[in-house]
Write a protein that binds this ligand. Sequence first.
Ligand SMILES: [Zn+2]
Length: 157
Amino acid sequence: MTNTTDRQRGLDSEPSLEELEQELRRWNYLLDEDRSLAKLLQDDAAEVLRTGLDLREVSAKMERLYREGRRGLGAPVLVDDSFKVTVREDRGIIPCLWRDHFASPKAIIEAVNLKNNRTLTFSVLGWHLISAHGFFQGKGSPFRMEPRELFEFFEET
Ligand SMILES: [Zn+2]
């Protein structure tokens, strides 16, 4: 209580992978995941490369779907004549466990790519975890996303 400096330092410094893994397990991001966090990150990074997924580009596209989609206030919105997007938003925020001060709105984005008929569901936090940390979440997590799935969703047909 008295040592504010230490407390702030603790909050601001990036957690170690071990600490992160503990927290992520506690909050069910790794529900059925047998691999360590380090291994999972490594495997997904390799998969991103194999797939040819351009994370920066895809991350910008996902952000656009969210920003445009939320204008519908819960009703579907047509974005770029190609995507039907519905954003459900709840009150409150969720902090990123990487302690980078990203406070995520509680929003779920459901998008249909009308050109290839694929669907994609993600949360704003999930988008941030992928874009900023290369973390696609673990097996069993309701928002686990396969890099290939993301690639195929945006694939032009
Ligand atoms: Zn973060």
